[in-house]
Design a protein around this ligand. Sequence first.
Ligand SMILES: [Zn+2]
Length: 213
Amino acid sequence: MTMPVQGVQHGIAPPTLWICEHCDTVFRRRVLACGEVARCARCDAILARHHRVGVRGMLALVLTAMIAFIQGNIWPIVTLGLNGHLISTTLWGCIVMMWNEHAQVVSVIAAMTLFFIPIFKMGLLGWVLLYARKGERAPGFRLAMVTLHRIGPWTMSEVFVLGTLVAIVKAHMYFDVVPNAGIFAYGVLMLIITAFASIDVRELWDLTEERRA
Ligand SMILES: [Zn+2]
């Protein structure tokens, strides 16, 4: 049974402790069996899961996500009918076009959810994982982990779907829209991101060691 520990300040859990994100109760950490899930004794929130995907698996996922992201940004995502002309456009072309058509708020939301946040998260996670592969902590590991925790453990799929839907629906008001290859690359990216939602990045605290200077 997982027992609460008294008198520990809330913050980033040291490797020997779990802190419930919902009620702040602190637990002594233990090794989980395959497929086991540790839950908070007080509020039943999930503390940790046994991980089936190792550091290498996570790194492979991040690399696949990056490739899908690049393809999603190189290939046209939609063909637009505008004044009788057919124009194939990339994500950025769409964003710029929406901006010019006075849909600035939507274009900023699309740029954030479909471009900047994913690239920031993939970069941060990739950086941490590159070192974690060797069992080391990357320079800035602590800050990177806190940031990753703050912006959510890669559960961006809802934001992604929402951003895409808003963008497409909004674009429909201005253009005839036909989806292209790039949008399918984004579909793949969404699947990978959904897979990431089931991975607990906090495990990296256990899998890595502080480098001795
Ligand atoms: Zn709790």
